[in-house]
Design a protein around this ligand. Sequence first.
Ligand code: AP5
Length: 220
Amino acid sequence: MQIIMLGPPGAGKGTQSKRLAQKLKVSHISTGDLLRQNEKEQTSLGKDAKDFMNRGLLVPDELVAQMLQERFNATDIKNGFILDGYPRNLNQAKTLEVILEKKQISIDTVIYLDTSVPVIIQRLTGRRVCSGCQANYHIKNMPPKKDGYCDQCNQTLYQRTDDNEATVMKRLDVYKKEVSTLIDYYKEKHLLVEFSADEDAGVVLQKIAEYLSGNDSPKN
Ligand code: AP5
């Protein structure tokens, strides 16, 4: 199964993609995670992307496309994937189509996680990420068992540099400018399904899983 996960910053794209990928036994591909990994390893892409990310802006399309193209050359893609954070604009959606066409892969579903602004700000300013396995936590909504440490690998948790309120607002502005075109694009292809993501993460996951198994309609 090949799924695109769309939604504003803080909608829970990463949270839901990780859980769903585990459930469906497919790969989770997050362009945000890949860019942060490049930044950590100080690759030339990481150095180029850093400033855009810290300012809440999109990294230039051609840089992200090249990175994604390389990721799609890995063999695990054959088992299916959940693409989280890509595409972010129409140009990226068309680039993705070209990449996938060459591999004779098609997208089955585009999941759109709709979320309200107060929820987004509360989630992102409270998010903590594991420095080891990148698992997501939230200081109130999903706290780790031991304060400051990952439940899964016991590495320290950190706050992303773009998770302050000013940068979150900028990321939201950038998102709002592009999202309606993207939504229309996938609606026209009859691929888009929308879920309210303001609810508890487990409830959202259950609704998505029920929809994917064909037992329910996306109802919000
Ligand atoms: P990226 O890392 O993709 O950030 P984002 O899109 O802003 O999304 P987030 O990761 O902030 O949110 P999320 O929806 O994944 O929420 P999460 O599950 O973590 O991109 C970062 C930057 O990289 C971009 O700004 C850009 O510069 C660059 N970039 C990336 N892709 C690019 C592209 N394609 N083109 C150009 N540039 C690109 O959840 C958030 C918090 O809420 C967590 O703490 C979680 O525990 C909690 N939470 C989640 N769901 C729930 C729930 N249902 N109830 C309660 N709490 C919840």
